[in-house]
Design a protein around this ligand. Structure first.
Ligand code: SF4
Length: 339
């Protein structure tokens, strides 16, 4: 995840919630199903903005949200891309394994160019999925939790892993990289309060994980509903309503059914419906806000967690690069001494 500062509900339902679930998933013997690593992609931020003045503050803010949501640093190393130099090194090697025309065909890139009205593209931005391939394969990731829009990037990672393995074999291990599989998150997107396709800080249509009940209610009042339901007793169409899309995520099954019936019948007004929705969201956020308060009062601990995560990540990254260099027959290495 890029360090964008405080996270919003869309980050929670689209990523964080399933990260925590995967982190804590146990098999029938009580052993963890996945070893999880969580990367703060601070170098990736440079592809769309060169202003780095807030990156560290945003990193810490985001980290507090991760911890509050249940990412456990004992189970999952949390680390910054910029602090583990092997990301840049593997990125360089991987950039020799893919053509620029392949990267230009990347549909996610085409979308970004259109959305951001870019008339030209930085070399590093074109190579974004190559850096992402390094991020994944440095830790021998075999499952990547992603939203649907990121699937083409995982495909590029698979192609790069294949290409590397075709060219270079480790004398003992054989193939260095396994081809990772994308794991689509269950509930990938939450529409913005304004009804736009997704919650986004730049669009100002978000509810933050740090928002208390009053703030949630205040924002909920601005949420776009069915524009044909003007008076309380007008029958509504929940399928076009932003608030109803939140109910699908945060209301109980029983509530959901009666909201749908009452909205259609015109016996539920949008004001009451929004109150119910805000209440459910705040109930979900209450434990996160409490944990957030604890970490905010102990920022030294948060910084320590980050540095410890980076120590762990460096050990794995260094090991992988030794294997890469051995497969490429680059000779003796001093890797391991420079950290
Ligand atoms: S009653 Fe609820 S679901 Fe129906 S339009 Fe209003 S806010 Fe949406």
């Amino acid at each position: 995840m890029r360090p964008t500062g405080k996270l919003h509900l869309g980050h929670f339902t689209g990523a964080l919630e399933s990260w925590v679930e995967q982190q804590n998933m146990l098999d029938e013997h009580g052993a963890r199903v996945y070893e999880t690593c969580f990367l703060i992609a601070d170098y990736h931020s440079l592809t769309t903005s060169l202003d780095t003045s807030d990156i560290y503050a945003h990193t810490l803010d985001m980290l507090v949200d991760w911890l509050a949501a249940g990412i456990d640093p004992q189970k999952s190393p949390l680390f910054r891309q910029s602090q583990v130099k092997e990301h840049a090194e593997l990125f360089l090697l991987f950039s020799m394994l893919i053509t620029s025309s392949r990267l230009e065909r990347n549909p996610t890139l085409k979308e970004q160019v259109r959305d951001l009205n870019m008339d030209s593209l930085m070399y590093g931005h074109l190579g974004y999925p190559v850096l992402q391939a390094a991020d994944i394969l440095l830790y021998k990731g075999n499952v990547v939790p992603v939203g649907e829009d990121q699937i083409p990037h995982v495909e590029i990672t698979r192609e790069i892993a294949r290409k590397f393995n075709n060219h270079y074999l480790h004398p003992v291990l054989g193939e260095v990289f396994a081809e990772p599989e994308p794991k689509i998150t269950k509930f990938s997107r939450l529409v913005g309060l304004d009804g736009k396709a997704k919650m986004s800080k730049s669009l100002g249509n978000t509810i933050l994980l740090a928002d208390g009940p009053e703030e949630v209610m205040k924002k909920m009042r601005t949420a776009v509903t069915d524009t044909e339901k003007i008076r309380k007793n007008d029958p509504g169409h929940p399928e076009v309503c932003t608030v109803f899309s939140y109910h699908k995520k945060f209301a109980t099954q029983e509530q959901l059914e009666s909201i749908e019936v009452d909205c259609r019948a015109g016996s539920l007004g949008c004001v009451d419906c929004k109150k119910l929705c805000a209440g459910n969201i705040s109930r979900e956020l209450a434990p996160l806000i409490e944990k957030r308060r604890y970490y905010e009062a102990n920022m030294d601990l948060v910084k320590e967690i980050l540095l410890e995560g980076e120590m762990k990540a460096k050990v794995i990254a260094c090991q992988t690069m030794q294997e890469v260099r051995a497969a490429m027959k680059l000779g003796e290495t001093t890797c391991g001494n420079h950290h």
